[in-house]
Design a protein around this ligand. Structure first.
Ligand code: HH2
Length: 285
């Protein structure tokens, strides 16, 4: 598949029932972030005690989260994350996952490791969120296919290169991921694409990805955007991660206008309010 050849839209944007239900609504689904890590960039160490994690998940669900995205390894878009073994990641996940699943809202597993994804899918998680778009762990696509699970394919790069055409890079990356998915037997209706805001990108490139998000609708697949508290916000107006709610909401509303179907956010109540009010106003225009 060539990065420059527009793909025909699939017609039905998604065949997986979970995704179909979200896409049928006039506002995007909201994925609440639950990091059970000591070192996540904005909330590391705050929710790794199981009772804290469960309390946060409950709060996000009460605030309208459609999905809880649980991650047990910081992927730190800006480097500096401590890579952890699958054993360590699983030891963080196991005390919390069953209780989060029991809350009754779909759970996605934010992991680049097939072993962790496999454990999570066998224990009630329904979606895989892979920040390396099926391209890092060779067994990931097979695990996803075997479970018939939806998968978030996120764009990523090992190195930042301010000189490249980031949109072309992303189109090529997605084409490669879609080939991997097709070869493993993952139905295209189970795939969600994500520009990977902050991952292997300059602030300018992250903002370009948001501004030109509609260019990724050519794949005919749902789009997820996670701009929450990311550093590009501080490139416009200096701020600490916890003080980036305004910038996060602005970015997520722009992304929604340009085709985002799922928004990944730390501040669920504020995000749900923003996307639903925006949709209610849009409906009158
Ligand atoms: N961003 C982060 C982690 N996972 N997954 C997807 N699909 N899209 C994203 O933009 C994304 C992601 C980084 O945010 P956070 O989880 O808060 O930080 P950390 O990776 O440091 O735990």
């Amino acid at each position: 598949m060539s990065a420059t050849t527009p793909l025909p839209a699939t017609g039905s944007p998604s065949s997986h029932p979970l995704l179909r239900a979200w896409l049928a609504r006039p506002f995007p689904a909201v994925m609440g972030i639950l990091n059970v890590t000591p070192d996540s960039f904005s909330d590391g160490g705050r929710f790794n005690a199981p009772e804290r994690a469960i309390e946060l998940a409950r709060r996000m669900i009460a605030a309208g989260a459609d999905i809880i995205d649980i991650g047990a390894e910081s992927t730190r878009p800006y480097k500096g994350a401590e890579p952890v073994t699958a054993e360590e990641e699983l030891s963080r996940l196991k005390p919390v996952l069953p209780a989060i699943v029991a809350l009754g809202v779909p759970v996605s597993i934010d992991s680049m490791k097939s072993e962790v994804a496999s454990y999570a899918l066998e224990n009630g998680a329904q979606i895989v969120n892979d920040v390396w778009g099926l391209q890092r762990d060779a067994a990931m696509a097979d695990i996803v296919a075997a479970h018939g699970a939806p998968v978030v394919v996120m764009h990523n790069r090992t190195d930042v290169d301010p000189e490249i055409d980031i949109i072309a890079d992303m189109l090529g990356f997605f084409a490669r991921s879609l080939d991997i998915a097709a070869n493993a037997g993952i139905p295209s209706g189970n795939i969600v694409l994500d520009p990977g805001i902050g991952f292997g990108k300059t602030a300018q490139q992250s903002m370009t990805a948001l501004a030109r998000l509609d260019e990724f609708t050519r794949f005919g697949l749902p789009l997820l955007v996670g701009a929450s508290r990311k550093r590009f916000i501080s490139s416009v107006l200096t701020s600490e991660p916890q003080d980036r709610l305004g910038g996060s909401i602005a970015a997520h509303l722009i992304a929604t206008q340009r085709g985002a179907d799922i928004i990944r956010a730390h501040d669920v109540a504020e995000t749900v309010q923003a996307v639903r009010v925006a949709a209610a106003i849009e409906a009158l225009g």
